[in-house]
Design a protein around this ligand. Structure first.
Ligand SMILES: [N-]=[N+]=N[C@]1([C@H](N)O)O[C@H](CO)[C@@H](O)[C@H](O)[C@H]1O
Length: 792
């Protein structure tokens, strides 16, 4: 049977026999799930073959432990990687449906907050594309990152419910589950420590295949769900205590009920520590079970397994692995510590003090008594080995998870060159001095399959027409278009693709946000979590100053600009929520201003997520990467924008530094203080007041906010923001404003010469091949995991 017919047949078979739906009664979700099941069928063979090849070859596996996997939608990713896009589109068309409508029906799997979670998802897809045996371990949250809506311009959160519908991609592994304990005490038995938890839940596994480009290899994402050891307390039920009867289930499920919505902030809640231990313990048990089924000598574990801790969230893995090897498997403590250290690796994603996890010794001892004891043993062993050391793992009654992860790791890496250097000079200065070989850099990357091939088909088709499809899994090949930048016809095609993406976005904004924008205006986009260090308030301050400048000279030849914001604030982050309210309040005034709105609009679509990013990035001209230098460890949105031909206005922070080196300073709009200058500027007590005093434009913009121009004349509404910016202004918004304004005017001038702008945009695409997560993963494989690709 020809492939197309076979595909159509299996789709209809799933609709009928898996969903029990007749075509005439099927809704779009039924068709989507039927299509997903038909596609999933075609993943299973390479999945099994990959597992078999790994086992038969005795190959080393990589284990990526992450509290977050910001996956987004999976259907298009699978269809594209399996080379089924055309057959799927034709089949849906024959059935009277449009593939893009079916794709858009899939809810995002929003099991992450931001960059850290999305990086984990890009990494899994690259590991499969490269053919490196790996398992991603995480939590199967019932509710992912909250849904964001706006009421009168203020953020409103509502539960996310991706599991309300059938989740077509996962396989429940009823045979794979582990008991995970909490609390209780530790007793000595026969010279061994035995932990006796007083609370136990079951970790049940759910597997999702992650197929790589060309469908040759597929790895597993194994997510754990908490289940009660006793389903139902019948006795209580019979006594009419219905709620109490269900309590065991409710309590257990609480552990994996919801993702904590904080990005770059230490949550510090008891339930959060339970979540961290729950998935880490289940994952380590599963890793040792798999190792034990293939090898005997546990001392060989580091040769066959490389475990990567995605930030400190799974850092309890250190003491837990020691406990499993020593308490349960009888390995000597010293050997257990060394074996664990040789197996574990840790990635740091932030230097923000408030993001470095610290758990109170009391809570750790109460919830994980054996682990607290082992942390002290590990601390002692480290002290003995390094008597001159000045750091310890426990300080002021807190267990420092960053230091614990560092001491228990074989390699520690930062996520951009600048971040890794700053890590050595600041948070891990003392440990770096003791272990100078341990810290390495692995600059982040993004998968070109999702972020170029799928998200930007117009650009991809253009590239394929010129250089074939080799770039899809060898992104460095993009450099082959550099000589073509001088070809006017190609530039026009490139410009046409960008213009068509912008027109598509304009239609979407009109239909969903009820705002009309000119697709020939500059689309200036800042999409990321709302955080003071990311400085969305600097961006809106510049918009206010521009609005005032246009009013001063309404007849001047201004460059039309549409500022688009996207991003969620952690529900408890009051200042960030004020920034959101300010942006929406400014938008309301500016967008209805008859004098300025033809030159300047501000739009803030709610509920920014992976799918919205895939829509906005290909339609962007200017990428805002304006964090206070030294604060954004890397950024990954910056990479997605550069690949899709958006020019960056940014500071020398995180991976911006490497992007600017790659694309060329002449194709990047740099502004602001360096990380070093930031430290020096902060020494000046009244740095903000000085900046305001020196820049009337900045002063006027702040006065407008203070005067109530965006709050119906009420002077108190945004007082907290104005007081902060004209006072402490820790993230130096005021001190960087003048240069930011200068850079934005340079942007205006550059944008007026469309052909020159396109040339710069094309050079960004051509020179961004290094930003592929395939390159990043190959770095981890060589420098950290010592793992190889396996070819089936
Ligand atoms: N947590 N955390 N860290 C981050 C992001 N917020 O998720 O990790 C991302 C992934 O490494 C970085 O790109 C980003 O700069 C950093 O702030």
């Amino acid at each position: 049977m020809p492939a197309a017919a076979a595909f159509r047949d299996s789709l209809l078979r799933h609709l009928t026999y898996s969903l029990g739906k007749a075509p005439e009664n099927a809704d779009i979700t039924d068709w989507r799930i039927a299509l997903s099941l038909a596609v999933r069928d075609r993943m299973v063979d390479p999945w099994f073959a990959s597992a078999r090849a790994t086992q038969e070859g005795g190959h080393k596996r990589v284990y990526y432990l992450s509290m977050e996997f910001l996956i987004g939608r999976l259907l298009e990713d699978a269809v594209v990687n399996l080379g089924l896009l055309d057959v799927a589109a034709d089949t849906m068309h024959e059935l009277g449906l449009s593939l893009s409508d079916v794709l858009a029906d899939e809810p995002d799997a929003a099991l992450g907050n931001g960059g850290l979670g999305r990086l984990a998802a890009c990494f899994l897809e690259s590991l499969s594309t490269i053919g490196c045996p790996a398992v991603g371990y995480g939590i199967r949250y019932e509710h992912g990152l909250f849904k964001q809506s706006f009421r009168d311009g203020r953020q409103i959160e509502s539960p996310e419910d991706w599991l309300q519908q059938d989740h077509a991609w996962e396989f429940e592994r009823s045979g794979v589950s582990f008991d995970v304990g909490f609390g209780g005490d530790v007793v000595e038995r026969g010279g061994h420590c035995v932990w006796r938890p007083d609370e136990t839940v079951i970790a049940a596994a759910y597997d999702t295949p992650v197929v790589g480009w060309r469908g040759n290899w597929a790895n597993t994402l194994r997510l754990w769900s908490a289940k009660p050891t006793t389903i139902f307390d019948l006795a209580r039920f019979n006594r009419g205590e219905y709620a109490a009867a269900a309590e065991p289930e409710t309590l257990a499920r609480t552990i994996t009920r919801v993702l904590y919505p904080d990005d770059s902030t230490d949550e510090g809640k008891r339930l959060r520590l339970k979540q961290e231990f729950f998935f880490t313990a289940a994952s380590l048990r599963d890793i040792l079970r798999r190792f034990g089924s293939e090898f005997d000598d546990l001392k060989q574990l580091p040769k066959k397994a490389a475990i990567q801790l995605n930030d400190t969230h799974p850092a309890i893995a250190g003491p837990e692995l020691v406990r499993l090897l020593h308490d349960e498997r009888g390995m000597s403590l010293d050997c257990a510590i060394k074996t664990a250290q040789a197996t574990l690796n840790y990635t740091n994603h932030t230097l923000l003090p408030e993001a470095l996890e610290r758990w109170s010794e009391g809570l750790m001892r109460e919830l994980l008594p054996r682990h607290m004891a082992l942390i002290e043993r590990i601390d002692d062993a480290h002290h003995q080995a390094y008597p001159s050391r000045t750091v310890s793992l426990v300080e002021n009654g807190d267990v420092k998870m960053g230091e614990l992860a560092f001491v228990m790791a074989n390699r520690v890496n930062g996520v951009s060159a600048l971040h890794t250097d700053l890590m050595k000079q600041t948070v891990f200065k003392d440990l770096h001095a003791l272990h100078p070989e341990r810290i390495v850099n692995e600059t982040n990357g993004v998968t070109p399959r999702r972020w170029v091939l799928s998200a930007n088909p117009r650009l991809s088709t253009l590239l394929a027409g010129r250089i074939g499809l080799g770039w899809v899994d060898d992104l460095q090949q993009l450099e082959r278009i550099e000589p073509m930048v001088d070809d006017k016809a190609f530039r026009d095609q490139y410009a046409a693709a960008k213009r068509a993406n912008k027109a598509g976005l304009s239609d979407w904004l009109r239909d969903t946000q009820d705002v009309s924008v000119d697709p020939d205006a500059m689309f200036d986009v800042q999409i990321k979590r709302i955080h003071e260090y990311k400085r969305q308030h600097l961006n809106i301050l510049e918009a206010i100053a521009l609005w005032q400048a246009i009013h001063d000279q309404p007849n001047a030849d201004w460059t039309p600009r549409v500022k688009i914001f996207g991003g969620k604030a952690a529900p408890g982050y009051v200042f960030a929520k004020e920034i959101i309210y300010l942006i929406n309040s400014v938008a309301k005034v500016l967008n209805s201003d008859p004098v300025t709105s033809k030159f300047l609009k501000v739009i803030y679509p709610p509920n920014y997520n992976v799918s919205l990013a895939e829509q906005l990035i290909p339609a962007t001209d200017l990428s805002e990467q304006i964090s206070t230098a030294g604060k954004e460890a890397s950024g990954t949105g910056n990479m997605k924008f550069a690949l899709n031909g958006a020019l960056t206005v940014g500071t020398l922070d995180g991976a911006n530094v490497e992007i600017r080196d790659l694309v060329g300073p002449e194709n990047f709009f740099l502004f602001g203080m360096t990380a070093q200058e930031v430290v020096e500027r902060r020494m000046i007590e009244d740095h903000a007041a000085q900046a305001i005093g020196a820049d009337t434009r900045l002063a006027r913009a702040l006065d407008a906010i203070r005067s109530g121009a965006f709050s119906g004349g009420d002077r108190d509404t945004f007082a907290s923001i104005v007081d902060n910016l004209s006072g402490p202004d820790y993230f130096l918004v005021c001190s960087d404003f003048t240069d930011y304004w200068r850079a934005q005017r340079d942007v205006d001038a550059a944008f007026r010469d469309r052909d020159a702008w396109m040339r710069m945009a094309m050079l960004n695409t051509a020179r961004s091949g290094w930003l592929s997560s395939d390159r990043t993963i190959r770095g981890y494989m060589a420098d950290i995991w010592k793992a190889d690709a396996v070819h089936t």
